[in-house]
Design a protein around this ligand. Structure first.
Ligand SMILES: [Zn+2]
Ligand SMILES: [Zn+2]
Length: 342
């Protein structure tokens, strides 16, 4: 095995540079070394590279990338569930298992959380070192380009659990970026109908329709909440804000007694909340933060081919072009952009 590898390293101030770094070596018994097959670009990566970074505190020198699929090439002596040659997807938010939140089962709120690609070296490279408990085994059959969806899908599954969607429920999804489109596909697979999507980009609205949206609306042309009511009469059963700033639209579009899931994360947004409407309409406002114990389910969904995620892949590019890929996602011109190591 080579001792050096190419990696996309965060240099501070919005700069990501591809350079040579040392291949990591296992130093703890519970670690595995993964040879990266692919790593996709996430909205989080775009936020990290904003100046100043939006909501993420990343030290210069860090290898970015957290939506990782790879093959185990080395394993520490206490690793029990994986062996060399196994393939795995990575749960990027590693948890301690013993803090007050972990003991409550809220591992996504771990007080000692370590986030791969944010504060520990990530997957925009050839090799990445992770702990056994965040490496989730996948079959040899599962295509690499589908397996990379495990992380965003696991986050979506966390949200879907909170909504408890049942067939026939109506849903309104705000946004049509990669995560929103996974939500649309999950809602479709769960039997939700009609599914209405609000999104300013015409290209993304088209994708939403391909993913199962029954109606789409451009929020710059029409008031999306009024549009939702024109379709459903009393409003929708479920709203999902994947943008992170549209809670007002959600409160207006949901029916009385309905649920509004807030998934999008935007630290700069300060939306107005009409509090009395939440009381009057008996709305359940729910937050959903990353993935919690949902990787096994996400892997099952991928292995069984329940969703058609291939249609969300817009670009596959080598590591040397990663900045191009990040720019494409930032501009909304790309959806799922997959990076392969060099
Ligand atoms: Zn992600
Ligand atoms: Zn913990």
């Amino acid at each position: 095995m080579d001792r050096k590898m190419k990696a996309a390293v965060f240099k501070g101030n919005g700069v990501l540079a591809v350079e040579e770094v040392d291949v990591p070596v296992i130093s703890n018994g519970d670690e595995v070394l993964l040879e990266v097959e692919a790593c996709s670009i996430c909205g989080t990566d775009v936020h990290i590279l904003e100046v100043p970074p939006a909501g993420f505190d990343v030290e210069p020198g860090l290898i970015m990338g957290h939506e990782i699929v790879g093959k185990i090439v080395d394993a520490g002596e206490s690793v029990r569930t994986l062996k060399k040659g196994d393939r795995a997807v990575v749960e990027p938010n590693d948890y301690c298992g013993v803090c007050r939140y972990c003991l409550k089962g809220l591992t996504n709120h771990c007080e000692n959380q370590i986030s791969i690609g944010v504060n520990r070296n990530g997957g925009f490279t050839r090799y990445v070192k992770i702990t056994e408990k965040v490496a989730h085994k996948i079959s040899d059959r599962l295509e690499t380009n589908i397996a990379v969806f495990a992380e965003p899908l696991a986050c979506v599954v966390n949200g879907i659990h909170k909504l408890g969607v049942i067939p026939g429920q109506s849903a309104f999804v705000i946004g049509a970026g990669p995560i929103a489109l996974i939500y649309v596909q999950m809602l479709k697979a769960s039997g939700a109908t009609p599914i209405i999507v609000s999104e300013p980009s015409g290209k993304r609205r088209e994708y939403a329709e391909k993913c199962g949206a029954d109606f789409t609306v451009n929020p710059n042309d029409k008031d999306p909440a009024e549009f939702v009511k024109s379709v459903t009469g009393i409003g929708v059963d479920i709203v999902i804000d994947v943008v992170g700033s549209r809670v007002e639209d959600g409160i207006r579009a949901v029916r009385k007694g309905g649920k509004v899931l807030l998934f999008g994360f935007n630290t700069r947004a300060e939306p107005k909340i009409i509090q009395h409407q939440i009381v009057l309409k008996e709305i359940q406002l729910l937050g959903s933060w990353i993935a919690r114990s949902t990787f096994p389910e996400a892997v099952q969904i991928l292995e069984k081919g329940v969703l058609d995620l291939e249609k969300l892949i817009t670009h596959i590019m080598p590591l040397s072009k990663i900045n191009e890929g990040i720019a494409l996602l930032a501009k909304g011109e790309g959806l799922e952009i997959i990076v392969t190591p060099e």
